[in-house]
Design a protein around this ligand. Structure first.
Ligand code: NAP
Length: 329
């Protein structure tokens, strides 16, 4: 087994990982940033970012590229590698094994692996995935030009991506299981004020219907009355939240009821040396701004942790040298 040693491993290259890379590079740490896909994380799925201070309106991909360039300016570039598991050796060092078998080894990890879109879990979802069922408006919205689209969910993603989809669809119907959206007021307003938007509340999807060409509609059920109905759509965009990517962590780490990793104020987890930032972390909101803020804290905390480790090691070495000297004297 080949080991590649570093001071710090950053897992993930979304906004949190890229910001962690920037600060680790700037602090001249010996760091590797591992990412399975293209750097940018959820930014790559976001058309327009309008809430990043100083950049009033910036494309998600453009902001991702700026972050990549900024990290590279401080000497950190992404290393391609899908982390399969993270374990620890007898000395407490982390071993991050990637898909080609390489094992990256370091005494500290900043884990920013984000999450994956949740599945609705209804009949037709798997069958029509890529044939009308999708989880990414930016990637797939343009395929539904002039067609009727459904958006499932009531959070920020559903409202924001729903509004984005109105530029393509002839109608965008948001279907939500409750009577009110949980999305931020500004995102709700933008969606609801759009003439192409419609809403169906208190309603769940029982089945995604289709034929050999793809999706043709949805079987719906009102959760209050039990009344069933069908909605004719060809595109179904599902935005019902994320599942945090925590499965690769090979030992128990403190998490909340939804599986997001809990940290203290310095982004320390229940595993010494493991720091967490971004969407995978248990927190009130998941914004680009919170991801980069927490990643900044995580890197400084990791740096301090490494310094403490070094001091402890030096102290141990000094006292064992003294003990040896005393024995020989
Ligand atoms: P979210 O906030 O967790 O909302 C998920 C929505 O889907 C909720 O309305 C939920 O209903 C509904 N839902 C969950 N499971 C469902 C199911 N099985 N069937 C039907 N509906 C279901 O997820 P999100 O909107 O993807 O946002 C994730 C995070 O990213 C949030 O922290 C959000 O603030 C952030 N975000 C921010 C922005 C922005 O600021 N521009 C944009 C996108 C995302 P209930 O309401 O009944 O629970």
């Amino acid at each position: 087994m080949e080991f590649i040693d570093h001071e710090l491993i950053i897992v993930g290259a979304g906004p949190a990982g890229l910001c962690a890379a920037l600060y680790a590079g700037r602090s001249e740490m010996d760091v590797v940033m591992l990412e399975a896909g293209i750097p940018g994380g959820q930014l790559l799925l976001t058309e327009l970012v309008d809430d990043y201070p100083g950049l009033e309106d910036v494309g998600g991909m453009e902001l991702a590229q700026k972050m990549v360039d900024h990290a590279a300016k401080f000497g950190v570039e992404m290393t391609r590698g899908q982390v399969q598991k993270i374990t620890r050796d007898d000395e407490g060092r982390f071993l991050a094994e990637v898909d080609d078998g390489t094992v990256y080894r370091a005494p500290a990890v900043v884990y920013t692996a984000g999450g994956t879109p949740k599945r609705l879990g209804v009949p037709g979802e798997e069958k029509f995935m890529g044939k009308g069922v999708t989880y990414c408006a930016i990637c797939d919205g343009a395929f539904f030009k002039g067609e009727d689209i459904a958006v499932i969910g009531g959070g920020d993603s559903a409202a924001e991506e729903g509004e984005f989809l109105t530029r393509y669809g002839s109608s965008v119907t948001l279907i939500h299981r409750r009577g009110e959206l949980r999305a931020q007021a500004v995102l709700q307003r933008r969606f609801l004020e759009n003439p192409k938007s419609k809403t169906i509340f208190h309603t769940v999807v029982d089945e995604i219907l289709g034929d050999e060409k793809g999706v043709t509609g949805l079987a719906l059920r009102n959760v209050e009355t039990g009344e069933t109905s069908e909605l004719s759509v060809t595109g179904v965009f599902i935005f019902i939240g994320f599942t945090p990517n925590v499965d690769v962590i090979g030992e128990h780490v403190g998490h909340d009821a939804s599986g997001y990793i809990e940290t203290d104020r310095d982004m320390r987890t229940s595993i010494p040396g493991l720091f967490v930032a971004g969407d995978v972390r248990s927190q009130l909101v998941r914004q680009i701004t919170t991801a980069v803020g927490d990643a900044t804290t995580a890197v400084f905390a990791a740096e301090k942790y490494l310094l403490d480790l070094k001091e402890q090691r030096d102290e141990r070495e000094t006292s064992s040298e003294r003990a040896q000297e005393a024995q020989t004297a």
